[in-house]
Design a protein around this ligand. Structure first.
Ligand code: ITT
Length: 198
């Protein structure tokens, strides 16, 4: 059993592997199925961008494809960086620079006002069908210094209160249990078990 995830983000791909290997499902990414494809994310919502990615690839391959559009919403920044999380620090953005910018923006914000959440929208597209959406979120707080080596993106500065650690201090299996991506995949699994071949 294989699932195509329309992503070029290796960190995301690893998350999906941790989430789907228990079902015996192999994860294929854009690097495997359409490495030349560059999809411009022109949408202004997670849903629009997830649909754009899933439908573009499903159309091209003639197969069912899942896309993940996700990001970090910080309350003290009015929900930013949101859909722009990957590109927060501008052209040539890296996880390190994005974190640096986030910490700079939040430098004057006291601990109790540093609440944030990760959001994940999955779009499931297949030729000739209506695209379906599944969502997940994970509440936390933005620390002042990064901690942990696992995960990707903003994981080192995202503190998960229930775990009393940052997302980057969790193993991939632990992250799968608490993360926005985990919640979205479980919702997909519950409502569309047939996708995974039961
Ligand atoms: P694809 O479109 O190729 O999937 P992308 O990185 O551009 O890759 P998004 O547009 O959905 O994907 O941006 C998601 C960004 O949100 C990601 O680059 C991180 O900065 C952040 N993010 C999402 N999920 C995260 C997670 O689990 N941990 C840390 N940061 C996350």
């Amino acid at each position: 059993n294989e699932v195509i995830i329309a992503t070029k983000n290796r960190g995301k791909a690893k998350d999906f592997e941790a989430l789907l290997s228990p079902y015996g499902i192999k994860v294929l990414t854009l690097y495997d199925v359409a490495p030349e494809l560059e999809i411009e994310e022109t949408g202004t919502t997670f849903r629009e961008n997830a649909a754009l990615k899933a439908e573009t690839v499903a159309e091209k391959l003639g197969k069912m494809v899942i896309a993940d559009d996700s990001g970090l919403a910080v309350d003290a920044l009015g929900g930013k960086p949101g859909v722009y999380s990957a590109r927060y620090s501008g052209k040539g953005a890296t996880d390190e620079r994005n974190i640096e910018k986030l910490l700079a923006e939040l430098s004057g914000v006291p601990d109790e006002e540093r609440t944030a959440r990760f959001v994940c929208v999955l779009a499931v597209a297949a030729p000739g069908t209506e695209t379906r959406f599944f969502e997940g979120a994970c509440e936390g707080r933005i620390l002042r210094t990064p901690a942990g080596e696992n995960g990707f993106g903003y994981d080192p500065v995202f503190y998960v209160p229930m775990e009393e650690r940052t997302m980057a201090q969790l193993t991939p299996e632990e992250k799968a249990v608490v993360s926005h991506r985990g919640e979205a995949i479980r919702s997909l699994e519950e409502q569309a078990g047939e996708l995974f071949g039961e």
